[in-house]
Design a protein around this ligand. Structure first.
Ligand SMILES: Cc1cc2nc3c(=O)[nH]c(=O)nc-3n(C[C@H](O)[C@H](O)[C@H](O)COP(=O)(O)O)c2cc1C
Length: 324
């Protein structure tokens, strides 16, 4: 593949791959390994409870690599730390910001003038056009097969549509765990890819061994979409705990749909409660296993280092662009 990937090259990456931000999973070890393996990477600011911890994480990564990297900000009202997180990212001049779940206007207006790139998560053309008009540097096209909060359209539909109608680079997110998956995404016209799930099954990932092993043991058909955890569709492994929850929307969900005034508060409550469940399951073995992952776990057969995963993803490139 001789094609050039200017956006990724401008971030010091030799391959057009972004290690996607993952709540509770991405840690500084993964970041350093990814950046030093020839790709770029971002972590969610929310992985750090305090501003001091966020600053320390940025300093720690910078002490081990000179490559620029990104921070993911949830830019809607559910993230009460957003203003401080943005202020810190601007002050410390991180390489780029990935915005999700909200309007990126303020982030773009503060970051662009000082040269911090802003990439925005989008799931459809309307929103992609909106963030392009606001000045986003790229869109991250979250497809229906992405791990976490996924979109509605399959990549085969979403990527060509965005490429046809917007001018900024389109990064494809969802379903990529192999070199052939990467090739397919680039052939659809993507200017790069954002890869999450496969990196959970890495030695460096900050989650329990049980969670990592589940990605090897379960297959793509065990992935279900559920609204029961965060209130919006989330892809999780259909563990016996998830099966025990069944399709019952639960008392709070039912109440939310009946009572418009309470809806906002119940939604927030469900989101916070769901995040707590994910947090508990991510770090220790518990019967309440809520393991977030995408259907590309089908292609995960062992637990490897981040560098090994990068090397296998990039096999599609010729020998002259080996990682080092
Ligand atoms: C465990 C997990 C946690 C995630 N957390 C976040 C997050 O905090 N912020 C975000 O914008 N996206 C999050 N995502 C979505 C990823 O950034 C990315 O879009 C997705 O993983 C790509 O699809 P893939 O998992 O099929 O590679 C998460 C995904 C997973 C699997």
């Amino acid at each position: 593949m001789i094609k050039q990937y200017p956006l990724f090259e401008s971030l010091g990456a030799r391959f057009p791959i972004l290690m996607a931000p993952m709540f509770l999973v991405t840690n500084t070890k993964m970041m350093v390994e990814a950046l030093n393996s020839g790709i770029t990477a971002a972590f969610p600011a929310l992985n750090y409870r305090t501003d001091e911890a966020l600053r320390m994480a940025i300093a720690e990564i910078r002490s081990q690599t000179s490559k620029p990297f990104g921070v993911n900000l949830i830019v809607n009202k559910s993230n009460i730390k957003y203003k401080q997180q943005l202020k810190t990212c601007v002050e410390l001049k991180v390489g780029f910001i990935i915005t999700s779940l909200g309007n990126p206007k303020e982030t773009i207006s503060l970051c662009k003038p000082i040269g911090i790139k802003v990439f925005c998560d989008v799931v459809d053309l309307m929103y992609a056009k909106k963030v392009e008009d606001l000045g986003a540097d790229a869109v991250i096209a979250v497809s229906s097969i992405a791990g976490g909060h996924s979109g509605n359209l399959p990549p085969e539909e979403l990527i060509p549509m965005l490429k046809k109608h917007i001018k900024i680079p389109v990064i494809s997110a969802g379903g990529i765990a192999t070199s052939s998956g990467l090739k397919q995404a680039l052939e659809l016209g993507a200017d790069g890819v954002s890869v999450g799930t496969v990196f959970i099954a890495s030695h460096e990932a900050g989650v329990s061994d049980e969670y990592k092993q589940a990605l090897v043991d379960y297959s793509g058909k065990d992935i279900i979409m559920t609204k029961l955890i965060s209130g919006t569709p989330l892809s999780v492994i259909n563990t016996s705990y998830m099966k025990s929850l069944g399709n019952n929307p639960g008392f709070l969900n039912k109440l939310m749909h009946k009572n418009k005034i309470l809806k906002k508060y119940i939604k927030m409550f469900i989101a916070v409660k769901g995040m707590k469940a994910i947090e508990n399951a991510a770090h220790k073995a518990t019967y309440k296993t809520v393991w977030v992952a995408g259907s590309c776990i089908n292609d995960i057969h062992n637990i490897r280092s981040v560098r090994e995963i990068v090397n296998s993803l990039t096999e599609v490139f010729n020998n002259t662009r080996k990682t080092g």
